[in-house]
Write a protein that binds this ligand. Structure first.
Ligand code: SF4
Length: 217
């Protein structure tokens, strides 16, 4: 089984339970359709960063109150802000199946979420190489909604990135990103190499890491 299939199974909530052949076939079909449909886009900018105490961060002129993000960014002097989306075409595909075939729509949702992560992971690996040449190391990405980093900051991030104009990424009044398969995030840049796991803190074995992203609160 491919990694992306395992990811989709995880998003579907199967956990360690074996997935049946029918669902696996649906997952493979969904990926085929999504590979044709998705129009992934990303926009990012690098901003100066200052930590003001243990629960306040200045990202350029934006003041962010978050203890969890402040811990994750400790020791960083800059941060990448990014917005990424699979595009409206993915939403249209999911909407179509939500009317005609609910089981397929659910599987598509899971596969699209996994695909978005895969796309950003790949981008992040390339960015790691680029920054590594300058002696800078990436922390795991930290999205509004993790821990106490409020989703209301999405609006500021989208504005700072000019994301609506650049990649068609906007937000509803209820703070939902549009297109739906999209994320915003901050990624700290530090001269300290701590060897972050490419899949982030949840998959990292360094349980005593001082910068650990802790979403349990
Ligand atoms: S727990 Fe691992 S992935 Fe998370 S900040 Fe520490 S080293 Fe990086």
């Amino acid at each position: 089984m491919e990694d992306r299939e395992e990811e989709a199974i995880r998003y579907l909530g199967y956990g360690t339970h074996a997935v049946d052949d029918q669902t696996l076939a649906l997952i493979r079909d969904a990926y085929k359709e999504l590979d044709e449909a998705v129009r992934p886009r990303i926009v990012y900018r690098i901003f100066d960063l200052r930590l003001l105490g243990d629960n306040c961060i200045m990202i350029a002129d934006l003041e962010v109150k978050s203890r969890d993000l402040a811990r994750n960014l400790k020791g960083c002097s800059e941060t990448i802000l990014l917005g990424a989306t699979l595009g409206i075409e993915t939403d249209l595909l999911m909407e179509r199946y939500s009317v005609t075939d609910m089981a397929r729509a659910v599987v598509l949702q899971a596969c699209a979420s996994a695909l978005l992560e895969e796309y950003i992971d790949h981008w992040q690996e390339e960015m790691s190489k680029e920054m590594g040449e300058k002696g800078l190391y990436l922390r795991p990405r930290f999205s509004p909604g993790y821990g106490d980093f409020s989703i209301r900051y999405q609006k500021d991030i989208l504005g700072m990135l000019d994301a609506a104009k650049k990649i068609g990424l906007t937000m509803t009044e209820g703070s939902m990103l549009t297109p739906t398969k999209s994320v915003t995030a901050a990624i700290g840049l530090s001269t300290e190499q701590i060897g972050c796991h490419r899949k982030g803190c949840e998959m990292c074995a360094k349980t005593d890491c001082a910068y650990r992203r802790d979403t349990a609160k």
